[in-house]
Design a protein. Structure first.
Length: 178
């Protein structure tokens, strides 16, 4: 059975509502998409503090799941070996939060199929879905770039803008002649 490695943040866990909430709390106004399109929200002058929030215990709690990700992963699991692969080592306090989040939103994914790592270049899979091109660059399988504000100008990888497009891609892959 072929294997798919799926990133967590900005692929199945939607961090943008939390980032936007933090910005609004600090500045008293909602940030418009044009202000952060093409970069990370914490790259906006004055919003660097948002990156620091990622290091805090509890940051990853309460994030919504990306629309369609739960149903999509259930379907993928019928045809592929699926692993959630998240580069959590930088964010020490995220381990328990991320694990609990996965148990809440994806209880059908076995704990043996959850990988917390630092450098994803060690990942051996046939496919990887990730929002960061730097994780797809060394990847030996087929990479699928999940669209996020910071990667909209990236053109080197096949792209999926939502989970419907992810599923269309894998349905086509399954039906393609070998």
């Amino acid at each position: 059975m072929q294997r798919i490695a799926i990133d967590m943040d900005e692929v199945i866990a939607d961090v943008m509502p939390k980032f936007l909430e933090l910005y609004e709390q600090r500045f008293g106004k909602r940030l418009k998409r044009e202000a952060y399109w093409g970069k990370k929200i914490y790259q906006i002058p004055g919003a660097e503090y948002i990156r620091e929030a990622i290091y805090e215990k509890g940051f990853f709690k309460g994030l919504p799941a990306m629309p369609g990700s739960q149903e999509g992963i259930r379907e993928l699991m019928e045809h592929y070996e699926v692993f959630i692969v998240t580069a959590a080592m930088e964010f020490r306090n995220s381990f328990e939060d991320k694990y609990d989040w996965l148990q809440e939103h994806f209880p059908f994914i076995h704990w043996k199929n959850i990988v917390f790592c630092g450098d994803k270049s060690i990942v051996q899979a046939d496919y990887m879905i990730d929002d960061h091109a730097f994780n797809l660059e060394p990847f030996q399988g087929k990479g699928l770039l999940y669209t996020a504000s910071h990667n909209v100008h990236e053109t080197r990888f096949r792209r999926a803008g939502n989970w419907e497009e992810v599923m269309d891609y894998f349905r086509a892959e399954r039906s393609a002649p070998e």
